[in-house]
Ligand binder design. Structure first.
Ligand code: FAD
Ligand code: SF4
Ligand code: SF4
Length: 478
């Protein structure tokens, strides 16, 4: 009888790929996890119990066929595992690296619930597609036949690129416009290299270009080219512009020099360190933590990226202020643990009340406590009267989350409906907006979300655009 490669969770413990030591990690911007060795990947994949109702799959936004590619990996059939994995995910190696798996697939793995430790789904997904790249199984798109229709996509982040991939595979003429010089959106300029090394994103951009997707970079729609002009050029338009307007700080001194936005700080770091670009604000020290006492305000994943970037840039101290406690923070616990290992200090239940000096030299910190639960059941933080102190700081980074820009006003599109949060109103399943032939996907629809959700939106939207084209050709043929 053939050897049973699965259901090993009772005898084989959960194991992640090796993590580099904190001392090593502090010195560079490379990813912190090594790759699984082949045998280790097979062994870890073999822990899966092949559930009849796989909760991992239902909690993956892409509904990836996880049990199947785990089984194929355990059997050493890696090319087939890759084929299954890429059938539902445009960028499996990217999701494997940066999805918050503890809140999605792995957090819902049945064997995790039974106390055996989750199957390391993300690490296996990354391993499969990294191997596929190494082996040359990932090839440029080659549509069976070209179609005459063209689609203009505004925004080269994961939402726009996922749509571009599906449409191009179907033979559609695709043009992606982006205001930046490199494609990838926040995968390129927001997320630091220690979570997602940049060559991993760049090779995807190159693959799309080699497959016939046209990129028009340094093209800020609304400035370089009008939205109406793009609409005239294409049979359908997809808006995938993301959200970039940061929530701001209030309080005396909040406008002082030395108080900067997380996105500016991270973009400067990604450009200067990962791409070697000339970034005057990084070189002048304005957006550089080297030799500074850094205070980061916020408790989400962006705040975690800022504290860990500051450490790597050579800050003398890095503190993170968050108004709730550790259990109630929005950021991933795995990232907090990584940050602590690297030397970040967390000051839970604290909020900035004012800022001293211009340039800033201290944050007046208000101590908080958790009060009664609000309507959602979450305890609201409230100030403890008289409990405040000065926290010395030379650089304060605001990482309080993002909100949508006033996009329709910007583009003068009266007919493009928005929500009261300033996001574009679109059908979740298709991305259709109130303007005929105009679709929207990703963060500009959901608000600040995740790469995996932007991919899902992009793929769904591309299918809806193809249905629009097929419907139009059917009518024309009647
Ligand atoms: P974006 O990635 O924002 O791409 C939008 C693109 O549109 C950009 O390239 C922009 O230049 C372009 N654009 C905007 N306006 C115009 C215009 N007028 N004309 C032309 N081009 C325009 N998610 C995860 O899943 N895991 C993580 O670990 C993670 N970490 C994050 C860390 C940080 C610091 C940040 C900020 C976000 C993080 N996210 C993470 C969230 C994730 O990056 C986003 O949800 C995702 O990138 C959204 O994809 P998108 O395609 O909608 O938009
Ligand atoms: Fe898990 Fe994300 Fe991969 Fe889905 S895409 S299986 S949620 S890591
Ligand atoms: Fe395997 Fe866990 Fe998914 Fe079940 S829930 S199929 S054990 S990965």
């Amino acid at each position: 009888m053939a050897k049973q490669p699965m259901l090993k969770f009772v005898t084989v413990g959960r194991d992640m790929p090796d993590k580099r030591t904190a001392e090593e990690r502090r010195e560079d911007f490379q990813e912190i996890y090594a790759e699984f060795a082949e045998q280790k990947a097979a062994e870890q994949a073999g822990r899966c119990s092949q559930c009849g109702v796989p909760y991992c799959q239902s909690h993956c936004p892409l509904h990836n066929n996880i049990p199947d590619w785990l089984k194929l990996t355990a059997e050493g059939r890696l090319q087939e595992a890759y084929e299954v994995s890429q059938a539902t995910n445009t960028f499996p190696e990217i999701c494997g690296r940066i999805c918050p798996q503890d809140r999605l697939c792995e957090g819902n793995c049945v064997i995790e619930k039974s106390g055996h430790g989750t199957v390391t789904i993300g690490a296996v997904e990354k391993y499969i597609t990294d191997t596929a790249w190494e082996e040359g199984w990932v090839q440029p798109i080659e549509p069976a036949a070209d179609r005459p229709e063209s689609v203009g996509i505004i925004g080269a982040g994961p939402g726009g690129l996922a749509a571009a991939d599906v449409l191009r595979r179907a033979g559609v003429q695709v043009t992606v416009y982006d205001r930046y010089d490199r494609a990838g959106g926040l995968m390129t300029y927001g997320i630091p290299g220690f979570k997602l090394e940049k060559p991993v994103v760049m090779r995807r951009n190159e693959q799309l270009e080699a497959g016939g997707v046209t990129f028009v970079m340094n093209c800020n729609v609304g400035e370089t080219i009008g939205f109406d002009e793009i609409r005239e050029k294409h049979d359908a338009v997809i808006i995938a512009t993301g959200v970039y307007k940061s929530r701001d700080l209030k309080g005396p001194g909040a406008g002082a020099d030395g108080i900067v936005r997380a996105i500016d700080f991270l973009t400067a770091s990604n450009r200067a360190v990962n791409f070697g670009d000339h970034v005057p604000e990084f070189e002048s020290g304005e957006l550089n933590a080297k030799g500074k006492r850094v205070v980061v305000i916020g408790g989400g994943d962006t705040a975690m990226d800022c504290v860990r970037t500051s450490i790597r840039q050579g800050a003398t101290s890095v503190k993170c202020l968050y108004r709730r406690d550790r259990q109630n923070m929005p950021g991933s616990q795995r990232e907090v643990a990584n940050a602590e290992e690297e030397g970040v200090e967390f000051e839970w239940l604290t909020a900035p009340k004012a800022f001293k000096g211009d340039p800033v030299n201290a944050v007046v910190v208000q101590k908080m406590r958790l009060g009664a639960p609000d309507a959602t059941g979450r305890q609201s933080p409230e100030p403890i009267e008289g409990a405040e102190y000065d926290e010395p700081a030379d650089l304060v980074i605001k990482a309080l989350g993002f909100e949508a820009e006033e996009l329709p006003t910007l583009w003068g599109q009266e007919g493009l409906e928005v929500t009261r949060w300033g996001t574009v109103k679109a059908e979740f399943t298709s991305g259709k907006t109130s303007l005929d032939g105009v679709y929207a996907v990703g963060d500009i629809v959901r608000g600040a979300s995740l790469v995996v959700w932007a991919i899902r939106d992009g793929r769904d939207c591309a299918e809806a655009v193809l249905s629009q084209f097929d419907g139009a050709s059917a009518i024309a043929a009647e």
